[in-house]
Design a binder for this molecule. Structure first.
Ligand SMILES: Cc1ncc(COP(=O)(O)O)c(C=O)c1O
Length: 344
């Protein structure tokens, strides 16, 4: 199968499996797992933040950050299509007691003027906004890399207003490669960052939260509260080490494959790539009536290709290390054949 549904489908590499099998482990709730410690140290060095915490998933990392930075009843400022709001089961409301204030963005980010309007004055009637979250790359904006000048401006204004700031950096390494910038530079403005090991970096499980020591100490307690205190977690942290040391270096290939696929698909009559493809995500719109999104997905599936719909007319395709150049060629060939059949 050529699985273009998401980069989350990536399986651990042979080196990951070997490193996992050989990992030295201990009880991480007692802080005795050397492999988890090594991963957390490496992450805090790469991100140039004081400390790091290994967590089970991106959703858990974001939720822990929200719980650590806020109190129930606070307002949290988010881009309207953010993953935290859109896809994290409303944990911010159910578990954090937070009131989301959503600001519609362009290319994944809103303007400082929009933020100024959204931040209400200190008034007895209003909840207090205490946290601003951004997302880089922005998933629903089609893997967009945030404009770093805007990020700096917005985050600095939010800080002046007394807000804390968190970055959902599930795919921050994709943003770093696409913008030829270190993750530490992209993340410098934020108090905390969550990044995923289990997406394009191919680890089977795990994300990491980074921030200052006090933040991570308090976050560790919330991780335990949520049932995320893992024991011999070094077995999975070992794959995370390979993700950081090896897999971050090859993400450019995924971006090149996404560019190639997007260019070829866009050339097909009735197909339009609607996002600016900067990283590994393509959003394809069907612009005529040759077939529906469902017809195309079924046709692809019958030929060993998987993708997912994001709306009635749109499909999302994501490249990753298990998608090769020849796979891209096959997708194009099969698509052209399906169109010929549909038009016959
Ligand atoms: C931008 C973004 N943030 C957070 C997550 C959540 O990660 P997880 O699936 O590990 O909970 C995802 C998952 O796709 C994501 O795309």
């Amino acid at each position: 199968m050529i699985d273009l549904r998401s980069d989350t489908v990536t399986k651990p590499t042979d080196l990951m499996r070997k490193t996992m099998a050989e990992s030295v482990v201990g009880d991480d709730v007692y802080r005795e797992d050397p492999t988890v410690k090594k991963l957390e140290e490496l992450a805090s060095n790469i991100f140039k933040k004081e400390a790091a915490l290994f967590v089970a998933s991106g959703t858990m990392g974001n939720l822990i950050a929200l719980l650590t930075h806020t109190r129930p009843g606070d307002e949290i400022i988010l881009e309207a299509e953010s993953h935290i709001y859109y896809y994290e089961v409303g944990g911010l409301g159910r578990l954090g007691g937070l009131i989301p204030q959503l600001i519609p963005g362009k290319d994944g980010i809103f303007s400082i003027e929009q933020l100024k309007k959204a931040l209400r004055p200190d008034d007895i009637h209003f909840p207090k906004a205490t946290l601003l979250c951004l997302e880089n790359t922005h998933n629903r904006a089609g893997g967009r890399v945030l404009d770093q000048e805007k990020v700096k401006e917005i985050v600095s204004f939010a800080k002046q207003q007394g807000l804390r700031t968190h970055l959902d950096g599930a795919r921050i390494f994709n943003a770093a490669v696409a913008s030829n910038t270190d993750v530490s530079t992209l993340c410098e403005p934020f108090d905390s960052v969550m990044f995923c090991l289990s997406k394009g970096l191919a680890a089977p499980i795990g994300s990491v939260l980074v921030g200052n020591q006090d933040f991570i100490d308090r976050a560790r307690k919330y991780r335990k509260m949520l049932g995320g205190g893992m024991r011999q977690a070094g077995v999975i942290a070992a794959a995370g080490l390979v993700a950081l040391e090896v897999m971050t270096k090859r993400l450019g290939e995924d971006h090149r494959n996404a560019q190639l696929l997007a260019t070829k698909l866009d050339e097909i009559d009735g197909f339009q790539v609607v996002n600016h493809v900067e990283t590994n995500i393509i959003v394809l719109e069907l612009t005529n009536n040759d077939f529906t999104v469902q017809d195309l997905l079924t046709g692809w599936r019958q030929n060993g290709i998987l993708a997912s719909s994001v709306s009635e007319k749109r499909i999302r395709l994501v490249t990753h290390y298990q998608v090769s150049d020849s796979d891209i060629e096959k997708v194009i060939r099969v698509t052209k054949e399906l169109i010929l059949q549909a038009r016959r």
